[in-house]
Ligand binder design. Sequence first.
Ligand code: FES
Length: 96
Amino acid sequence: MLEAAELPEAQKKAIEVSGKSVLICHAPQGWFAVSNICSHANEKLECGRMKHGIIVCPVHGARFKLETGEAMSAPASKPIETFELRIVDGWVEVRV
Ligand code: FES
């Protein structure tokens, strides 16, 4: 469970949901939930930079669109999983 107020804009946080590592991102473009695992070499994305609606893998620099999970640059060619997210009564809800 994550309270929306715990995550100000431009912040992100990795949480476990049903055994999956999910990265909750509060971007200026909105809230997004994506896999915390890079599609290139299974490294964690949580320490990557987030800007312009994109998360950058901190290991080899692949970029992923937060809205769709699409891989925007090498070395990743496959997308990352995205999840439905909503804010209900101040709490972040994610469906995996
Ligand atoms: S592990 Fe993310 S780009 Fe290589």
